[in-house]
Design a protein around this ligand. Structure first.
Ligand code: URA
Length: 215
């Protein structure tokens, strides 16, 4: 209102704009809805991963979902298709969801990074820091009842921890100001390499289900 008034009488209004350490503008996401946020992500050039991507991988699922699943970053197939978890690990994730009577269109699935790191290397901490606000805004828009972090990168970033997944899983944490229940489990790609860990992942899913049922 004040700004509109000042502009109407011909006074230029300067607003505070924030830049990150790469001198790129940090967009104000706080008023962005799903559609605008998706476009902001599609246009993002705030780190070097934008040069190697086929497209951004924003996230998929129900905007009213109770369960938010967070992975690490798109792989080669996700980069091609523009959707998270569509490769072999994604097929296992679908099977895990179906074991608790859920499907990818009844939950919401997103990654810490929206662009594929080259050769599927781990995200660099700086990349997670740069990309993280997009996920944070997705979480505020979604307001899920439970967050499930899959794998080390997602778990450590969300919990600001350096503990290994094996130590974080099994615990019930809370995320952000809203204290959203957050659980950690193994990444499906790890489960493909280490099928003996599937029984522990199953225990994690049971816990997810219990929290959803009690919420
Ligand atoms: N691994 C992830 O963490 N996310 C994907 O989208 C695909 C594989």
């Amino acid at each position: 209102m004040r700004e509109q008034y000042l502009e109407a009488i011909g006074i230029t209004v300067w607003s505070q704009r924030n830049f990150d350490e790469n001198k790129t503008l940090i967009p104000d996401l706080s008023q962005q809805g799903w559609d605008e946020l998706k476009i902001t992500v599609e246009d993002c050039t705030r780190c070097e991963l934008c040069h190697g991507r086929t497209q951004t991988v924003f996230g998929v699922g129900d905007h009213g979902a109770d369960l938010l699943i967070i992975g690490e970053a798109p792989g080669v197939e996700e980069d091609q298709r523009g959707e998270p978890f569509v490769g072999r690990a994604g097929q296992l994730l679908d099977a895990m969801l179906s074991s608790i009577h859920l499907s990818r269109n009844k939950v919401y699935i997103a990654n810490i990074l929206k662009c594929r790191p080259p050769n599927n290397r781990d995200p660099k901490p700086k990349e997670s820091l740069t990309c993280g606000p997009y996920l944070e805004r997705q979480i505020s828009l979604l307001q899920p009842k439970v967050i499930l972090a899959l794998g080390r990168i997602a778990a450590q970033w969300l919990l600001k921890s350096d503990s290994p997944v094996g130590r974080l899983r099994g615990g019930e944490f809370n995320y952000g100001e809203q204290q959203i229940p957050l659980l950690v489990s193994y990444h499906p790609a790890y489960l493909l390499r280490s099928p003996s860990a599937k029984s522990k992942a199953w225990e994690d899913l049971i816990l997810v289900m219990q929290i959803l049922q009690n919420s």
